[in-house]
Ligand binder design. Structure first.
Ligand code: SF4
Ligand code: SF4
Length: 189
């Protein structure tokens, strides 16, 4: 290598490090765009699509949602046809034996909510579903309904609700079987 090429290499190296460090320094003095979740959180959009909320008492097991699902991740089993009882406004007839969604496949497209004739499946506002195995990614909504819940309560939320006020509010809402609203009512920081 010639002396000229040697010093050219040194010059290029110092120049590229200077450019990189100047970009790094610039970001050091800008406002942060991330938050310390879950103690802090960003506001969600009004039509945010999170883990589903399901009203089993209104479901007539017509399979329309399962047919609309592009990845076939909704599983429905019934003992006999169901329909809405005009007197009670609730689904009656056969038993809804299973309504489950596999969240290892779901892509949160919301196509399942569009054709539902009784509007009993909605996109919720929680995104924190987690588990220790793939099997736990399958949410059995009919089992949750027996507990009075419309949507699963994330494990970490249940364990940390006492420490974080908004998590405690969400835990109460889910355990009471209340649906999330469509408004962007989850506050920011
Ligand atoms: S959100 Fe989309 S992928 Fe998920 S269950 Fe509904 S239709 Fe299927
Ligand atoms: S479309 Fe609605 S009523 Fe029909 S099976 Fe799905 S959730 Fe139930």
């Amino acid at each position: 290598m010639s002396a000229k090429a040697y010093f050219r290499n040194i010059y290029d190296t110092v120049k590229s490090i200077s450019i990189g460090m100047s970009i790094t320094l610039k970001y050091c003095f800008q406002n942060t765009v991330t938050v310390q979740y879950p103690e802090q959180r960003l506001a969600l959009a009004p039509r945010y699509r999170g883990i589903h909320e399901f009203q089993a008492d209104l479901c007539i097991a017509c399979d329309q949602c399962a047919k609309a699902c592009p990845v076939d991740c909704i599983y429905i089993e019934k003992s006999a046809p169901r329909k809405i009882d005009k007197a009670t406004g609730k689904a009656a007839g056969g038993e809804l034996q299973r309504f489950a969604i596999d969240y290892s496949k779901c892509m949160f497209c919301a196509l399942c909510t569009e054709p539902c004739p009784t509007s009993c499946i909605h996109m919720g506002k929680l995104h924190d579903h987690s588990g220790y195995s793939r099997r736990e990614a399958v949410v059995e909504f009919t089992e949750l309904d027996k507990l009075g819940q419309r949507t699963p309560l994330p494990l970490w939320m249940d364990r940390n609700a006492d420490k974080i006020p908004w998590v405690e509010d969400e835990r109460k809402r889910i355990k009471a079987g209340q649906l999330a609203t469509n408004a962007a009512d989850i506050p920011g920081r």
